[in-house]
Design a protein. Structure first.
Length: 442
C-alpha cells in the first residue's frame, strides 16, 4: 500500500541500538515496508537511519529536514531524533508529499521508446546461459507451431538447426563464450526446413552483473548484414562497448524502477539519465555501419538541448558554461536524430575538454536553402593546419596528455557523411577551434 500524499503529524517510531525499527506509527511503518523492510528489522530509509545513528553516537537530540520517497511521491520531512535509554525516538513533525520529477532527457527517451515499440512487434524470446528458452513471444510460438508453454524450457537447438558460417564458426557459441552480442546466427526451424532465419541477441545480466543469458530476436535471411559492410574497427568497437553498456543500462533501469524500494526522484532521474544515455550510445553503435536507414526530419533545437544536457555535468565540474544561440524553427534538417545528438555530444565534449577551467563553450546555428549548420566554438589551444585533417582519422589525437580514444571525431564525421552532411574545422594554433556540423535541409 502506498503512503498517502499527506499524513497527520507528529508520527513517531523507535530505533534500537542495532539500528532496527522496533515500533512505528502506521505511516512510518508503511514507508519501512515499501522500502523492503519491516518492524524489528533494520531501518531501511537511509536518511532516517543516518540521523538516528548520529543522535545515538553523539548522545544528543538532533533535528533535520530530510527528503525521502514512497512509491508515488517525494516526501519532504522534518524529523527529530532523541536518544532515550539506549534507543532513539524518531518524531516526524512535517510530512509533505510532492509529485516525482519527470525525466530530463526527453529526446533520448523518445528515441528509446520508439526502438522498444519496434522491438515489441518483432519475434522475440529469452534464453538462459544454456540456450534454453525461458520466455517466448506469441509470434515465435506461432512461427514454430507450438503453444507458448510448450516452447518454454526447450533447448534452442531442439527448435532450430543452427547453421555454421563458411569458416566453421557459429556466432551464438562465440557470443556465449564472450558474454557478448549475437549478430546474424543463421537458423532453420526444424519443423520447416524451407524457412531461412537469422537470430540476433543482446547479452542479459542479473542484478549482481553475472551473465544470465540472452534477449533474442528473429529476422529473415534477406535482412542479413554481412561483416563486409562494416569496417573492422567498427566491429571491434561494437564488441567492446555493447556488453558493458548493456550491464550499465540494466543496473540503471533497476534503480529507476526502484527495485530495492522507494527512492528520491532526483536520484532516480540520475539513473534514468544514465540509462537513457546508454541506450542512445547503443543505438549509435548499431547505426555506425548502417548507411541504408532512410533519413528523417530532425528537430535540431531538441537535439542540441539533449547534447548540452549530456555534456553539462562535465562542464559544471570545471566551472564552465555552455552558451547557445537560437535555432530557426523553420529549418528542419534531415538525417538520424540519435546520430546528430551523438555528433553534438562529441563536439561539445571536445570543446569542454580542451578549453581552460572557467571558460565558456558556445554553439550557434546557421542555415541556407541547402543545409543547416551547428557551429561549436571553444577557447582551447587551437589546432595547427597540419593537424586539422589528421584529427578526423581514427585513433589520432593532437594532445596525447588529455585522455581519449581518438575515435570521437572519426565516428562523428562518418555519421555526418552517412547522413549527407559533413564536419568542418576552422582553427588557428593558440586561438581556439570552430567545428561546424552541416546537414542537408529536410
Amino acid at each position: 500500500m502506498a503512503s498517502r500524499p499527506t499524513e497527520s503529524v507528529p508520527i513517531a517510531g523507535r530505533v534500537d541500538v542495532q539500528g532496527r525499527l522496533v515500533s512505528a506509527d502506521p505511516p512510518l511503518e508503511r514507508l519501512q515496508v515499501e522500502a523492503g523492510s519491516g518492524l524489528g528489522r533494520p531501518l531501511a530509509l537511509p536518511q532516517l537511519a543516518a540521523l538516528a545513528h548520529a543522535a545515538a553516537t553523539l548522545g544528543v537530540m538532533l533535528s533535520r529536514n530530510l527528503v525521502a520517497a514512497d512509491r508515488q511521491h517525494d516526501l519532504d520531512l522534518f524529523v527529530r531524533a532523541e536518544p532515550i535509554k539506549g534507543e532513539v525516538l524518531l518524531t516526524i513533525e512535517r510530512w509533505d508529499a510532492r509529485p516525482m520529477a519527470p525525466p530530463r532527457l526527453a529526446l533520448v527517451e523518445t528515441i528509446d521508446a520508439g526502438e522498444r515499440a519496434d522491438t515489441g512487434s518483432s519475434i522475440e524470446f529469452d534464453l538462459d546461459t544454456a540456450l534454453n528458452l525461458v520466455d517466448c513471444s506469441p509470434a515465435l510460438a506461432g512461427l514454430l507451431s507450438l503453444d507458448q508453454d510448450e516452447a518454454i524450457g526447450r533447448p534452442l537447438t531442439s527448435l532450430f538447426r543452427l547453421v555454421e558460417e563458411s569458416d566453421g564458426s557459429m556466432p551464438i557459441l562465440a557470443a556465449v563464450a564472450a558474454r557478448g552480442p549475437v549478430d546474424g546466427q543463421r537458423a532453420v526451424p526444424r519443423h520447416d526446413g524451407a524457412l531461412q532465419m537469422l537470430i540476433d541477441a543482446d547479452p542479459a545480466f542479473d542484478e549482481q552483473g553475472h551473465f544470465a543469458g540472452f534477449n533474442a530476436r528473429i529476422r529473415s535471411e534477406g535482412d542479413r548484414r554481412t561483416h563486409d559492410d562494416t569496417p573492422e574497427f567498427e566491429d571491434s568497437l561494437d564488441e567492446a562497448l555493447r556488453s558493458p553498456l548493456a550491464r550499465i543500462i540494466s543496473a540503471a533501469d533497476h534503480i529507476v524502477e526502484r527495485g530495492d524500494g522507494p527512492l528520491r526522484s532526483d536520484y532516480a532521474n540520475y539513473a534514468s539519465d544514465i540509462a537513457a544515455a546508454g541506450r542512445h550510445l547503443l543505438s549509435v553503435i548499431r547505426s555506425i555501419g548502417q548507411s541504408g536507414n532512410p533519413p528523417q526530419p530532425i528537430d535540431l533545437a531538441h537535439a542540441i538541448n539533449e547534447a548540452v544536457a549530456l555534456v553539462h555535468p562535465i562542464a559544471a565540474e570545471r566551472g564552465m558554461t555552455i552558451i547557445g544561440g537560437h535555432v530557426d524553427a523553420q529549418c528542419r534538417a534531415k538525417g538520424q536524430a540519435h546520430a546528430v545528438v551523438q555528433i553534438l555530444v562529441n563536439l561539445l565534449g571536445n570543446a569542454v575538454r580542451f578549453s581552460p577551467d572557467g571558460a565558456s563553450v558556445t554553439w550557434s546555428f546557421e542555415h541556407d536553402e541547402r543545409e543547416c549548420r551547428v557551429i561549436v566554438t571553444d577557447k582551447g589551444p587551437g589546432i595547427a593546419p597540419a593537424d586539422q585533417q589528421r584529427i578526423f582519422e581514427r585513433y589520432e589525437r593532437v594532445d596525447k596528455t588529455i585522455a581519449g580514444s581518438g575515435l570521437g571525431l572519426a565516428i562523428s564525421r562518418r555519421l555526418a557523411r552517412t547522413m549527407g552532411g559533413d564536419i568542418r574545422i576552422e582553427s588557428t594554433h593558440g586561438a581556439g577551434a570552430r567545428f561546424t556540423l552541416s546537414l542537408p535541409v529536410g
